[in-house]
Design a protein around this ligand. Sequence first.
Ligand code: ADP
Ligand code: MG
Length: 723
Amino acid sequence: MATLDSKLSSVLGDKTAKALDSTFGYRTVGDLLHHYPRRYLVRGELSDIAALQEGDEVTILAEVFSASTRRFAAKKGNMLEVVVTDGTSKLSLTFFNQAWRERDLKVGKQGLFAGKVGVFNGKRQLAHPDYELIPDGDDVDAAVQGFAGKYLPMYPASGKLPSWKIAQCIELCIGALDEVPDPIPAEILEKHGYPTLQQALVQIHQPADLEIAEQSRLRLTFDEAFLLQLLLMSRKAKMRSLDAIARPKRDGGILSAFDQQLPFELTAGQKRIAQEIEEDLSQSHPMHRLLQGEVGSGKTVIALRAMLAVVDSGGQAALLAPTEVLAAQHLRSITKMMGALAQGGMIDSPENATRVTLLTGSQSAAERKEALALAASGEAGIVIGTHALLSATVEFADLGLIVVDEQHRFGVEQRDALKGKAKIPPHLLVMTATPIPRTVAMTVFGDLDVSTLRELPLGRAPITTHVVNTLEKPAFLERAWERIREEVAQGHQAYVVASRISAGESEDADIDFLNGVTSPDIVSVEVLAPELAMGALKGVRVAPLHGRLPSELKDATMTAYAAHEIDVLVSTTVIEVGVDVPNATVMVIMDADRFGVSQLHQLRGRIGRGTSPGLCLLITQAIAETPARVRLEAVASSTDGFELSRIDLEQRREGDVLGANQSGAHSHLRLLRVLRDEDLIDQARTDALEVLEGDPTLIQHPQLAIELAKVESEASSEFIDKG
Ligand code: ADP
Ligand code: MG
């Protein structure tokens, strides 16, 4: 008898076990039993042959209609042509020099036929298909060799291991399977009416009816969600148990002084989150909070207040930004917001003032030396930087808070490297400007507390977005440049965004994936900037900006743009995140179909930051109704980042949502879909919480503890590790 941990070779023999290992990476009976059918064919319900498209890889259930072998006159050899039918349409199967197959493929027999649909002499056919005949009433014994039941499971398969071969292997494993212990507590199963693990594993492969198959699938999906939530919560509990220095709010310090000079009032949402963070920081275990917010909702000021609270308690804060442009921008806007409070050490500086310093990879040796000294001595209460902050030479006197801006661009190792610079575990605030649906947050960032900022500050002007198709209306591109000229004439500024730096080369490889199309002539910054400067935008101050420029030039360009010494920035997506120039009112995005939905939303968030309304033009050649066009229309019709990110996520594969690791063979997440399974995830979270509350160490749930340990070791690589 076998358990889920038994080697496949012990049940299936070495050869088959090897094939399963090399094709799917499966080694144990459990691995294979968690290879679930994608769907079921029903014995006797034949596939619709008329619906087959040329070029499709198909597996169909059909009945043999006729079979005949023809000898070739000239050449040696023969051809067997078998015609199969669904009762209405026909499809021909051809086999060369395999006349012996005629013995199996008897008229009236049903079978599964797999291959690529081709067309020959105007007829659709499968050349040399794989097939498996379905045992009928006459040969019940043969049923052991494959599909015994009414529902024929169709598996993700490969040429070497077609679906029915997998079905046979699974059948052998199920036959050999001993009683399977169930890790999920019986009360939970009972509460939801779920089958036992054993029942679910058998019934998902060999369902008595489709309802049972669905129940089994639900139960197995729940297992994934439940274990994931359990993992995230136990991590959270572990972090809770760490010691950190409490940084409670202090009256009369730099934070109060900052609040007093703030030129605007915080929005209700900002106040609420500021309060949450204040409470976190006053605890003696580390804060682990994700702050997600709509573009332009004012996350920076919240982060800055948290940093100042830490400075008040004698500590330092580090702000980690994904790009030099963004780091420099943060330095500018933070020193500006702080005013004299950032002038610590000066003769006439206020009593509570601190210093803000910048650390990036492209600084001169002297600048770097100074920044390092300020960080190490503790003189700089706030250190802003890129990944250069992580280097071994960077030391802090007392690092109390790490703020990570635009979280998704940093890996765990990097965050850990920074955490390692604190003597005592620091507080952590992660900010992301890509709002994500609640259950995705719960799943991807499940071990963080989440604060969500939805509203924009009052007085924000609305952004209007239009899709401009230059194939349908070529003159409209000229009109777009005219709009820029008009805005510039009124003293405003504009962005023109291109997807490429130079002709013939793309800055973002994701783009082609999203579209499945490549336009022949993609606009690039290096071509477009001079073209506009000498043509449509002649007389307007135009400057290019992209990731390959030397960083002094990048920085100088951004500074000049912020100071309104430049009117129009022609840029790649380096301006995507965080750049804040309220005077910019127009954005023209070239080849807009080359960007994802959230990315476009991010980009356009760069305008409409002041009091004048913003206009965003999405230039495209994508024709109506194509996915690319539909995506653009969605961006044009909504400014709700949460809704848009949902659309964005729906278009991505699950692996992209949860992290690359999720597609792996050993991933325990096979059925769970974070968007589709929201209710289930909710439920699983509640249940996991209940279990952990009653039994924090899982001592009363040994089987669950074992499963959790498995998932833990599997997940120790990146994905869930967003904390
Ligand atoms: P994001 O959340 O996209 O990072 P920022 O933090 O860059 O947004 O804020 C965008 C702009 O809004 C900044 O210029 C900031 O000073 C301003 N701002 C933030 N909060 C408020 C508020 N409560 N009232 C008015 N303006 C605000
Ligand atoms: Mg920001």
